[in-house]
Design a protein around this ligand. Structure first.
Ligand SMILES: [Zn+2]
Length: 131
């Protein structure tokens, strides 16, 4: 058990260590919505064993809630920033935005479905989405 715990701690530390690079990439704002509330680095699956900037992003408290707690806000219009985030350059941001948009579209959110219709998804992104 102790070994698993050590490995977990090492992993958390390694994710934390990405913070500087990711904050620079993000311009120290949430990479999904541009907000600045309680920013933290989160991992965006699929992850390798070693944390990597291509599988992590900077996210604010609200976006972490939506991504990790898998709880959609009552007013899904609050998430329309995803229409812009989906065009972001960093791979993990694109992947996270697309996953959320698909979840919204599955919940019959019209603007999310429309946005997905209009977005071109590169193959490498599509591969990651399936994982
Ligand atoms: Zn955010």
């Amino acid at each position: 058990m102790a070994r698993g715990r050590d490995r977990f701690d090492a992993h958390v530390a390694a994710v934390h260590a990405l913070g500087k690079d990711i904050s620079r990439r993000a311009g120290s704002v949430c990479e999904l919505c541009g907000g600045g509330d309680d920013l933290r680095v989160i991992e965006v699956p699929p992850m390798d064993e070693e944390p990597d900037v291509d599988a992590a992003m900077l996210a604010c408290a609200r976006c972490r809630d939506v991504i990790e707690v898998k709880k959609l806000p009552r007013d899904t219009g609050d998430l329309r920033f995803l229409e812009g985030a989906v065009w972001a350059d960093p791979l993990p941001v694109k992947v996270a935005a697309l996953r959320l948009l698909r979840r919204l579209a599955e919940n019959d959110v019209g603007w999310a479905a429309e946005c997905l219709d209009g977005v071109w998804i590169p193959e490498e992104v599509e591969e990651r989405l399936g994982q």
